[in-house]
Design a protein around this ligand. Structure first.
Ligand code: SF4
Ligand code: SF4
Length: 127
C-alpha cells in the first residue's frame, strides 16, 4: 500500500510537464471533436513522469494495487512512458485497470483539453 507516497500536492499535468521539458507548443486544431478515451489512451502513454500522486488521501491510494505503483510511491509505475495500469493499444482500444480509483491528475485530464490534445498530437491521433 502506498502509505509513504512522496506526494506532490501540485503535481503537474501533462502540459506543465511538457513546458518544463521545453517541448513544442501545442497547435490547437480547428473544430470541436469528440474524443473517445476508450479508443485513445494517449495521455496514459506520454511520460514516465506521469501520473504522479497529488491530493489523494491514504484511503484512495490504498485501493490502487501495489503492482501499479512506482517503487518510490510517488505515482503510478510506468513501463517506459506508458502507465502500467493501461491495457490495450493506444489509438485503437484502451482501458484503465484502476479507473474507479485512478489518480487525481488523471481525472483532471479532460477529453479535448490542452493536455489531451498535446498527448494525442504526440501519438499522431486526430485533434
Ligand atoms: S483524455 Fe484525451 S488523450 Fe486522454 S484518453 Fe481521453 S481522449 Fe485520449
Ligand atoms: S491510472 Fe489509468 S487513467 Fe491514469 S494514466 Fe494510468 S491508465 Fe491512464
Amino acid at each position: 500500500m502506498p502509505r509513504n507516497a512522496d506526494r506532490d500536492p501540485v503535481a503537474p499535468g501533462l502540459l506543465a510537464l511538457a513546458a518544463a521539458a521545453d517541448f513544442s507548443p501545442l497547435e490547437r486544431g480547428a473544430g470541436a471533436a469528440l474524443f473517445d478515451c476508450q479508443a485513445c489512451g494517449a495521455c496514459c502513454s506520454y511520460s514516465a513522469e506521469w501520473p504522479r500522486f497529488s491530493t489523494e488521501d491514504d484511503a484512495q491510494l490504498d485501493r490502487i494495487p501495489q503492482k501499479f505503483v512506482a517503487a518510490d510511491e510517488s505515482g503510478m509505475r510506468c513501463d517506459g512512458v506508458r502507465c502500467s495500469a493501461l491495457s490495450g493499444e493506444v489509438g485503437k482500444h484502451t482501458a484503465c485497470g484502476i479507473y474507479d480509483v485512478r489518480p487525481d491528475v488523471c481525472r483532471a485530464c479532460m477529453p479535448g483539453g490542452d493536455d489531451c490534445l498535446m498527448a494525442r498530437k504526440a501519438h499522431g491521433l486526430p485533434l
